[in-house]
Design a binder for this molecule. Sequence first.
Ligand code: DUC
Ligand code: ZN
Ligand code: ZN
Length: 467
Amino acid sequence: MDLLIKNGTIVTAIETYQADIAVSGGKIAAIGTDFNEQDFHDIVDARGKLVLPGAIDGHTHLALPFGGTISSDDYYAGTRSAACGGTTTVFDFVQQNPGERMLDAVKRRDALAAPDAAVDYSFHIGVGDVSTDELLDSMEEAVEYGIPSFKVYMVYDFGVDDGSFYKVLQRAKKIGALVGVHAENKDVNNLLVQQYLAEGKTSAWWHYMSKNELVEGEADVRAVNLAKMAEAPLYIVHLADKMGMDAVTEARRQGYPIFAETCPQYLHFTNEVYKRDRGRDFVCSPPMKNQESQNAIWDGIANGNITTIATDHCPFKQAEKDWGITKKDGTPGDFTTIPNGCAGVENMYPYVLAQAGAGRLTFNKAVQLCASNPAKLFGLSHRKGAVRVGLDADLVLYDPEKEFTITNEAMHGDTDHTIWEGVKLKGYPIATYSRGRLVFKDGEFLGRRGAGELIKCKKLSFHGPEL
Ligand code: DUC
Ligand code: ZN
Ligand code: ZN
């Protein structure tokens, strides 16, 4: 056999126990206590360490064209960074072009990802055009291929109207797909932008104000209502506000299959960051909200109404963030000319686990939110998301005592700054295995470009808020 990880404390979504893990052919071959060490090529002593399933980041934007540039982590840099933060699978978004069949969009994007990805990956399809029956029908072909999740944007020029959103929900329900939604009220957002700019309000604060609690909350409530009307499952991505949290909580209480994702940045930062000198570095959509919203999301984690944590990883270089002051062409910029997004893929698991270490949630709950729930929701629990015999040996060794201060220098992506600079964590991953291969150890990336593979996902296998 290839590898024995011995003496560690295994943490799953539901239990914590001491056992050894035998790895063979990239899979977890056995879990037990009396293995013969001579049977193993490599032996790792994990005494005093936690052994966790690798995290699944259900929301990244690698090499995303946005705002006149492209996000600075390509599939290699983004997955390298993921590995070094204990994330062994990332989901990226493929944006369907007008007139393009869904599966063609996936294949177009996979041609970029496959040669570069250092850990395993899969896709959600951003719906761009369902104006014909043929394009709507093409959803099923993607589902059968192994990409059963779609995302609609209620905001942005490439977003869809409520009718198309509803149509996608209806079809998704029929074919066993999950619809994710980026919920912000597009018309009000656009109107507020025009009003603020006309009043000379150009700083990053006004990005937040134009996408404030109510701008997101109204769209969250509308999305929940559309899903209820269509009797379809719904996944609200990057939920960041109290009104949306309340709507999700109430819908789930009523038994609707409505799920919410939040991101570490909404759990850690509030809208106060937009008052900082470099507030523009924090510009992402949706923006960080007020303390009341942050409290509501933490409550959602405690009471089970947040189902997953993901990152919305979408870094841009500082010079591009500076387009909020002076645009590329040298003319004055404003909050609308700042590319939206921040780095986070390397910070998610360490941040959430450190919160567990600090007693804000349990380690089991952290594993549930970052690994096992995304695996179940997105249809990859046959491969990922747990420490179980037969699953991929995507494993993280975590030292609960290691002190770590996040700096951009210590990160492994391609960007030049991090909104997490200076944040101190107690506890940090010390090793990551991707299908049994060591890809990260003691601060160093040891993986290989192109070693990651596309994970084909199964159709929805849940019916209500059991997650
Ligand atoms: N939000 C971001 O911050 N970046 C990219 C896309 C998005 O919706
Ligand atoms: Zn989004
Ligand atoms: Zn996103």
